[in-house]
Design a protein around this ligand. Structure first.
Ligand SMILES: [Fe+2]
Ligand SMILES: [Fe+2]
Length: 280
């Protein structure tokens, strides 16, 4: 399929989903409004228990050195900030609402969510080691990095089933199998989707380029490298399942150098990751 055609299908379908729940429209309105307050946002999230608990899980994965768990949505919203929370809530809506909409089971969304949370933790371990990185943005980008898989699963489910078969038979990476079958991959799809919803470029770039760090612009190279390596380490640590069980994907060397991580560092982070309790 021509990627431009696929992009068009995704964008047209997002707008045309008749069942796109009110909640998601509300999230989009909040996301686009620069004046959304912490109080408004916390009130909105608290009205949905499932969403509130996922957000708390995300907030509690953050490593700010708090000794106590973050127990309320208000507190989570203050800590993460309006922009990160709104993007996260939208991501959570995509996971939860699209789960209800899709009729063919191709990827396991619960496992994908675990993989996303694991990636968020790995990304923060890397960021802490590096210093000077905006943790909220890293956390959000890592949680949403594979959102394109959910989008493809929804809009191209027949092609996705074929992709997963190719993946299993040939031991390819998910992105490669997608490219072979569909002509584009989930990073492309996630990027198109988030761009259409006016996500900031600091989120769109790592989502679009986490499997192609060499293709990203200089401005977003660092955050994209963090998400790329975190994704790989999460697979090595076997946290969740992003639909892709090949644990030996090559880490981009340029990304590894940029983050100043040697082989031992990578092993150490993978070990730390395995120990994290709050992933599962
Ligand atoms: Fe991915
Ligand atoms: Fe991933």
């Amino acid at each position: 399929m021509d990627p431009a055609e696929a992009k068009n299908i995704i964008i047209t379908n997002i707008k045309a989903i008749p069942t796109l729940p009110d909640r998601m429209h509300q999230v989009l309105t909040l996301l686009k409004d620069d004046n959304t307050s912490v109080k408004e946002l916390a009130h909105f999230i608290s009205s949905d228990q499932a969403m509130a608990s996922r957000l708390l899980q995300a907030a509690n994965s953050i490593r700010f050195g708090f000794s106590r768990k973050i127990a309320t949505v208000d507190r989570a919203t203050v800590i993460l900030g309006v922009k990160a929370v709104t993007s996260l809530v939208l991501g959570i809506s995509v996971f939860d609402n699209f789960r209800l909409t899709k009729n063919e089971i191709t990827i396991d969304l619960d496992e994908l969510w675990k993989h996303s949370m694991g990636c968020a933790i790995a990304a923060q371990i890397i960021s802490d080691k590096l210093g000077g990185v905006d943790r909220k943005t890293v956390l959000t980008a890592a949680i949403l990095h594979d959102i394109g898989k959910v989008i493809i699963d929804l809009f191209f489910s027949r092609e996705y089933a074929k992709t997963l078969k190719t993946l299993r038979n040939n031991g390819l990476s998910m992105a490669k199998a997608e490219e072979n079958v569909m002509g584009f991959n989930h990073a492309d799809a996630g990027g198109w989707f988030c761009d259409e919803l006016a996500f900031p470029s600091v989120l769109v770039s790592p989502i679009s380029f986490h499997h192609n760090v060499d293709g990203v612009d200089k401005e977003h190279e660092l955050i994209t490298s963090i998400v790329h390596i975190a994704d790989n380490l999460c697979k090595r640590a076997q946290i969740g399942d992003g639909g892709d069980d090949n644990k030996n994907h090559a880490i981009n060397l340029h990304a590894q150098r940029l983050l100043n991580l040697n082989k031992d560092d990578l092993e150490k982070i993978t070990g730390e990751l395995k120990k994290e309790e709050n992933v599962n």
